[in-house]
Design a binder for this molecule. Structure first.
Ligand code: 13P
Length: 342
């Protein structure tokens, strides 16, 4: 198969109906934050144990098409006696291993409170290594903050440009890039402001992808939903989130992009599912598949059930599978609330 066809096939597989992506690529500092919240020390072993718990969940492959891993996790194995490399385990279930390749955010010089993403230096070499290790898709997260007089044009262009260069490099290395321009939901802004900013960001991201000759059939877009900020006094309802998000995507995302997989961005597990479900229920003429690539929304419950204890593994896996199943149903628009408690 040509490189182009291979990329198209991977992207189609990742976004196929009924399936979504598990973002389990928390960097070690982020993982520490998550583990602190449940009183578990974050170490090589505890992170390995936690990821093992998630990935060995029974029939995870019924709901999950791909898992985004962190560098350390890509090289780890199951904790049982056989020590099966995670990439091998996932492949055996028909789940595609992916890898976070950005190296986190830094301050954007000259633009207070704005961020750029690090990681283009040496990326070609790392992508070749990751391909050898079995990764077939990658993720790069760009962060756009809404605040007083921000985001600036400079911040949007700098981030869109990096995303396009990253995407082009991934495709040359045979990996499907997940293009993630995240407009943060931190702050007090209204859903209308989120809408204006996200429309602008997506427009510029696609201009840059086009400029860098990125094959749109071989990417997955990972956007935020159009949503009220966490501390906005007026919280838009599910219908409004679905309508504005759909309209924004329709306006900016070319039809040849096969899949759009949302980030959860700090939404509760329930809301992230409701929003995805509403869009898929209401709009059935979409050119792309709408699915999930959640981190927190899929993991909150499992993390809280697990608490670092072996005896809680089973309960944690069940919490995780329930979230995964409900989001899988949401990709068909057929999630009903009762399933939440099974
Ligand atoms: P959240 O769903 O927790 O936002 O994480 C998704 C992700 O991959 C962020 O880069």
């Amino acid at each position: 198969m040509s490189n182009e066809n291979q990329l198209k096939q991977i992207a189609i597989n990742l976004a196929r109906k009924g399936k979504g992506i598990l973002a389990a690529d928390e960097s070690n500092p982020t993982c520490k934050k998550r583990f602190d919240s449940i009183g578990v020390e974050s170490s090589f072993e505890s992170r390995n144990e936690y990821r093992d718990m998630l990935f060995t969940s029974n029939k995870i492959e019924d709901y999950i098409s791909g898992v985004i891993l962190f560098d350390e996790t890509l090289k780890q194995s199951t904790t049982c006696e056989e020590k099966i490399p995670f990439t091998k385990l996932l492949n055996s279930k028909g789940i595609i291993p992916g890898i976070k390749v950005d190296q986190g955010v830094i301050d954007l010089e000259g633009f207070p409170n704005e961020k750029a993403t690090n990681g283009l230096d040496g990326l070609d070499k790392r992508l070749a290594e990751y391909y050898e290790l079995g990764a077939r898709f990658a993720k790069w997260r760009a962060v756009i903050t809404i605040g007083d007089n921000i985001p600036s044009e400079a911040c949007i262009y700098a981030n869109a440009h990096s995303l396009a260069r990253y995407a082009s490099k991934c495709q040359q290395a045979g990996l499907v890039p997940i293009v993630e321009p995240e407009v943060l939901m931190d702050g007090t802004h209204t859903i209308e402001t989120c809408n204006t900013v996200t429309n602008k960001v997506l427009k510029i991201v696609f201009e840059q992808l086009h400029m860098y000759n990125v094959l749109l059939e071989g990417i997955i877009l990972k956007p935020n939903m159009i949503i009220s900020a966490i501390d906005c006094p007026i919280q838009a309802d599910i219908e409004k989130v679905a309508d504005l998000t759909y309209a924004c995507l329709k306006e900016n995302v070319p039809e040849n992009v096969p899949g759009i997989a949302f980030l959860s961005g700090g939404q509760s597990g329930d809301l992230a599912t409701f929003h995805l479900n509403k869009m898929n229920e209401k709009y059935n003429d979409m050119p792309w598949h709408l699915t999930f690539s959640y981190g927190r929304a899929l993991q909150y419950d499992a993390l809280n059930s697990w608490k670092g204890k072996k005896e809680n593994r089973k309960a944690a896996q069940e919490s995780f599978l329930l979230r995964a199943k409900n989001n899988s149903l949401a990709t068909f628009g057929s999630y009903v609330e009762m399933l939440e408690t099974r």
